[in-house]
Ligand binder design. Structure first.
Ligand code: SF4
Ligand code: SF4
Length: 356
């Protein structure tokens, strides 16, 4: 007799146990879907079943009271089922069209904007920041909140040429993803080493091994084992800071923000693309980051004005060319921007289609 496989204690749980019963019944058997209004998806199954999904923006990092409020709305106005999208939007599913409007009313009444579907500016995907990571050079969620306050109108409408995905990353090396427009922290000076702490806190060989340009060497300083940096090699990536916090790279003056554009993961209408840096050295200026917001809005609204229907930011730039992009967005061009590495033709060959 076949024996059941023992459950694995790690990894993603089977999502079927959490699905709305109507979705479970029609799993893999959908005929078509449309969008009756911004923020609402309507799916029709081959069986004739229909389901409406209402999408609302959240602040991603939520306190328990906010989570309870969202769950109460699910219990009262939906069928008690919710799911989160990768951009931290929350979605409620209902099987009766008459329940869509009251649900929208409850969400907007509680301060959660309904939108983020189709050709809108969806919520900004942002990395975890101070709350949950040991490397951040900035507060990603703060910059997101400030920017989405300004872009609220573009979240609740679908008036962009195509969907616009924004992201923020609070270090230069890890979990921020590709986006049409991205805000990425940018360290501009090598780390300052606190030599009194290195011997007690850091495993020196692993710090030396971590540097991608071999700029770190073991050294004796004041009679104690420590490290030294060849500053002419250091590219200020911040990779040495996580394994060795005494190599402090965050700095209120020299840690800046940069804007990258033209990335996308999707294969629709064109292959996936990597984003490229188009503005650097913007001040990391909490609590509202006005310089960053102004630059993102300048690029976003130039794209909105100039792009053809269905062009993503990368398609638009591909059509008009980089010189036109910098001219139209009033951005100064320097030799440090875009990607001038001669091997980039291969590295940017990012299609998931197989070629020989
Ligand atoms: S982007 Fe970097 S610092 Fe921010 S959460 Fe991810 S790994 Fe941590
Ligand atoms: S910041 Fe990056 S390049 Fe500079 S020493 Fe640290 S790991 Fe090396």
């Amino acid at each position: 007799m076949a024996t059941m496989r023992t459950p694995i204690e790690s990894g993603v749980p089977d999502n079927k146990q959490f699905l709305h019963p109507l979705m479970l019944r029609n799993y893999g058997n959908w005929k078509y879907h449309d969008r009756p209004r911004p923020g609402v998806l309507h799916h029709v199954a081959h069986s004739g079943d229909e389901i409406w999904t209402v999408r609302a923006g959240t602040q991603r990092q939520m306190d328990v009271y906010t989570v309870r409020k969202l769950c109460d709305i699910a219990d009262q106005f939906a069928d008690g089922h919710v799911r989160f999208t990768i951009r931290s939007n929350i979605e409620y599913m209902v099987s009766d069209p008459a329940r869509v409007e009251p649900l929208i009313g409850a969400l907007t009444g509680a301060g959660f904007p309904v939108g983020g579907t189709g050709n809108s500016v969806s919520s900004i995907a942002h990395t975890q920041g101070w709350l949950h990571c040991d490397i951040p050079g900035t507060d990603a969620s703060g910059a997101v909140k400030a920017l989405m306050d300004d872009l609220h109108a573009e979240f609740i409408k679908e008036e962009m040429p195509n969907r616009v995905h924004l992201s923020t990353s609070c270090c230069e090396i890890n979990c921020g993803g590709q986006a049409d427009i991205a805000i990425v922290v940018q360290h501009t000076k090598p780390p300052k080493i606190n030599h009194d702490l290195v011997a007690n806190v850091c495993e020196r060989p692993s710090v030396v091994a971590r540097c991608p340009v071999a700029a770190i060497r073991p050294a004796m300083v004041n009679g104690k084992p420590s490290l030294e940096i060849d500053e002419s090699k250091c590219m200020c990536c911040g990779a040495c800071y996580p394994p060795c916090p005494p190599m402090q790279i965050n700095d209120p003056e020299s840690s800046k923000l940069a804007i990258w554009v033209g990335g996308k993961n999707s294969n629709a209408r064109g292959k996936p693309t990597f984003m490229k840096m188009v503005a650097s050295g913007l001040p990391n200026n909490p609590p509202r980051w006005p310089e960053v917001s102004a630059m993102v809005k300048k690029i976003l609204y130039t794209y909105k004005e100039d792009a053809r229907s269905w062009e993503r930011v990368s398609d638009w730039i591909e059509r008009i060319g980089w010189p036109q992009f910098f001219e139209k967005c009033d951005l100064p061009f320097t030799k440090y921007l875009i990607d001038d590495w001669r091997g980039s033709r291969a590295s940017l060959n990012a299609s998931t289609h197989i070629r020989f």
